[in-house]
Design a protein around this ligand. Structure first.
Ligand SMILES: N[C@@H](CCC(=O)N[C@@H](CS)C(=O)NCC(=O)O)C(=O)O
Length: 213
């Protein structure tokens, strides 16, 4: 039975797991959770994911939510990909970035996504300048750390593309629309250009666009 991936492709957390599946060459069946229609709150979905959020997966009876846990699961299906090594130190050098993404990077990016993209999509008002100022502080503090790594090496956790790039990089799918304040972070911009050119990224980005556009 094919792995079922519940996702809303325009959202960065869903983008992350779709991109991971594409990068790893994992077959899946997409179950659209249309956030614009409140599908995340349908009882059939909250039975799977009581948070009423996307994404989630179901694989032969195994249900999992939280996008970074899903990336780890998908990586475990393709151990030879090398994106999440088995050896403890090597693995944790990558896992720490998945925690960092959840705790620092995603919340900073999410302020811009909410204020400049979600509010427009749902027609719920103008961006709140105080929220954007708070987001800028969060973003700059986290971006400084990421940029310093990306000034030293090609990818987030070293010279190889890993699950850390999938996790941290997925947030870049909204960078242009949400206008992240990236001016002072040349390392992040260089890396972002590189990951956005990957075929697996392009395939995922195409799912964000309405058909025919
Ligand atoms: N920490 C979760 C966050 C999931 C999340 O917040 N998803 C958003 C879309 S990006 C969602 O489903 N929002 C719907 C809602 O809040 O009603 C993850 O990484 O999977």
């Amino acid at each position: 039975m094919t792995l079922k991936l519940y996702a809303f492709p325009p959202s960065p957390r869903s983008f992350k797991v779709l991109w991971a599946a594409h990068h790893l060459g994992i077959d899946y069946e997409l179950a659209l959770v249309d956030l614009t229609k409140g599908a995340q709150r349908a009882p059939a979905y909250t039975t799977l994911n009581p948070n009423a959020r996307a994404p989630s997966i179901e694989d032969r009876g195994f249900v999992l939510w939280e996008s970074n846990a899903i990336v780890e699961y998908l990586a475990s299906l393709k151990p030879d990909s090398g994106i999440l090594p088995q050896e403890t130190h090597a693995r944790l050098a990558i896992t720490k970035w998945l925690y960092w993404e959840s705790a620092h990077w995603d919340p900073a990016c999410a302020v811009f996504v909410f204020e400049r993209v979600v509010k427009r999509l749902f027609r719920t008002g103008e961006p709140d300048e105080r929220e954007l100022a708070r987001g800028t502080q969060l973003f700059e503090r986290a971006a400084k750390v990421l940029d310093s790594e990306l000034q030293k090496h090609r990818y987030v956790a070293g010279d190889r593309f890993t699950a850390a790039d999938l996790s941290v990089g997925a947030d870049m799918c909204a960078a242009a629309m949400a206008e992240y304040p990236l001016e002072g972070f040349a390392g992040i911009r260089r890396w972002s250009d590189e990951i956005c050119a990957l075929p697996s990224w392009q395939k995922t980005a195409a799912m964000q666009r309405p058909p025919g556009s």
